[in-house]
Each structure stands twice: as C-alpha cells, then as structure tokens.
Design a protein around this ligand. Sequence first.
Ligand code: FAD
Length: 325
Amino acid sequence: MSQEHTRTPRTPFSFELFPPRSQAAQDSLPDTIQKLARAGPEFISVTFGAGGSSRESSLDVLRYILERTSVQPMAHLTCVGSSHHEANRLVREFLDAGVTSFLAVRGDPPRGSVEGDHFLGDLGTASELVQLIHRVQTERAQYATVPSRTSAGLGQIRSARPKVRVAVAAFPNGHPRSHRPDQDIDVLLAKQTSGATLAITQLFFHADDYLDFVAAARSAGVTIPIIPGLMPVTSPTRLTRVLELSGEREPVELARQLETAESLEEQFAIGVEHSIRLANELLAGDAPALHLYTHNTHRAVLSVLEGVGLSETPSAALTNSKESA
Ligand code: FAD
C-alpha cells in the first residue's frame, strides 16, 4: 500500500460508528471500538437513529467509549420528534453520562414517514439544537469555585464554566433538499453563529467537491474547521446504498472498478486505494483533519490511515481477517 506523506505533527482523525442493530453486531462492537481506539483518534462519534429510536443503544456505545477507552466520544443528536422539554431532558441525560462533545443534526424523517417537516418536533433546524445544547450546559454547569488570596484574607473566585464541543453537518455537494447552490453555505454560517465549533461533511468522492466548498465557505465568513467525511466503499452493494442515503452522484470510475473486480479482496483494495488517494489530495489541500465513516468495521478505515501515514498501530490493527469489508 502506498504511503505518500509522512505527516508531522500528526494530522488529527476521527471515526463514526452507529449503534448496533442486532445481537451479533452488539457482540462484535467492543472489539471494533478497541481496535479503532488504539489508532489514536481525536474522537469517535456515534450516530442517533431516526426519531430517537437508538437513544438507549447510542448511550450504551458512548458509555463504553467513555469508560473503556481513552478516546473522547461524540454524541450525534437530532431534532426529530422532540418537544423543547424532551430535547432539553435528552441533552441533560447525555451530559450527565459524561458526554461533552455533540454533533447536532436536523435528522431525517423516520423510514416510511411522509415528506414534510411534521416529523421534526419543536426544533426545526440543527442551529436551534446547537443553541439548545449550549443553553442546557450553561444552566447545568455550576461555576467551579476555587480559593484565592484577597486583601481581606482567603476568598473565593469563580472560574469559567466547562464548555461543550458542538459539531454540525456540512454538505459540499449541497443537501439533496437545498433550494439553491449557496443555501448550504448560508446554513453553515448560521450554525456557526449559533455556537457550532466544528463541521463534519457528508461523504463525497472528489477532492474538489470539498476544496471548492471550503473556499466558498471561507469567503462567506465561515471560520470553524470543516472536516472532510470519508467512507472507504469496498463493494458495489455498499456504493449503491451509500448513494441512496446521501443523494451523492455516482463516482463512475469507482463504480466501474468495483463492478469488474474479480474477488472481494480486490474490491476491498479498490475501495481503500480510492479513499487513500482522496485523503492525500484533501490533506495536500490543507484539510485540517479526516473523519472516517467506519460502517462499524475497522479494517478498511485503518488501512486508509496506514496508507496516508497516520496510523499509530499499522498492520497490528489489521490482523482480523474474519472481518468482512
Ligand atoms: P439543517 O442544518 O437544519 O439543514 C441543512 C440543510 O438541509 C439546509 O441547507 C437545507 O438545504 C436542507 N434541508 C433540510 N431539510 C429541508 C427541507 N425540508 N426543506 C428545504 N431544505 C431542507 N441523521 C440522523 O438521523 N442521525 C445522525 O446521527 C446523523 N448524523 C449525520 C452526520 C453527518 C456528518 C452528516 C453530514 C449527516 C448526518 N445525518 C444524521 C443526516 C442529517 O440529519 C440530514 O442530512 C438532514 O436532512 C440535514 O441535517 P442538518 O443538520 O444539516 O440540517
């Protein structure tokens, strides 16, 4: 596997997981998390199912990351189906569990529901959720009180409240329901104004999609880091599913290569090599970090990190030959 750059100081990277949907998936997830954690990510984010369907299982995965690894977990939260009161309680519950990093998204309608906004609840946009997370944290966190010496003897001063990190989603190729090309930049600016400290992009297949979007966002006044989201797509079926979910255009050459590959291992190598090339172009274009969609498996994303020279535990992490691509 090619290693085009040795990157120092180390470029940060992070992973995304989803809560397990079967007993078998639940059983294998701890091993996957341990392997991902050993690579030294900045954080591991955990998605939130449509309509809050995964509240308990998301929290379980977040707690596991908190308690059994040294990596910071990031909780996705959505606007779907909650009143103000419920959303408030949900954020509080995650904060009480020790989570201090969030990815605030609007959320998509639960499968089978009709198009429109009635699936949402009191919160209509990710920006409102960003504000709510900051508000709940501010109400909840006491000022830390520390002793200080004053002219009258020992006194007390209050230090700043602990802060939360709130990330948001960004769409280099536009959200499928955007009405105009620059709408997503305006929306990202609004998210920043609401208190977002970081953006993570929808996956895409060409470096220019991301680089042009970042340039346009910077011209419009977006200053927060915009981290590219990458998924190594290692089979034609996965590609079809990913395109369905994201609304991205088909990457014609990658699709052709995956279709004509003669074995699963060849498909795996094609998907990984594609992501390595993309990641190298993004880092050469000054992407501040990489966010890797894992699809709850470690082998492909760790191979990508090794390929771009960001793996702390090369090969050792790639020994589980049982894991499917
Ligand atoms: P907003 O900031 O509120 O809107 C962003 C864009 O959405 C706007 O530019 C607008 O163009 C467009 N838009 C959305 N709805 C409409 C509409 N009705 N009419 C017109 N324009 C509209 N979903 C989950 O359910 N759970 C997750 O854990 C999750 N994690 C994600 C992580 C990342 C990194 C990304 C990129 C997406 C994730 N999503 C998740 C999907 C996300 O919820 C949807 O893409 C959602 O439609 C938009 O979310 P947002 O936070 O960007 O919304």
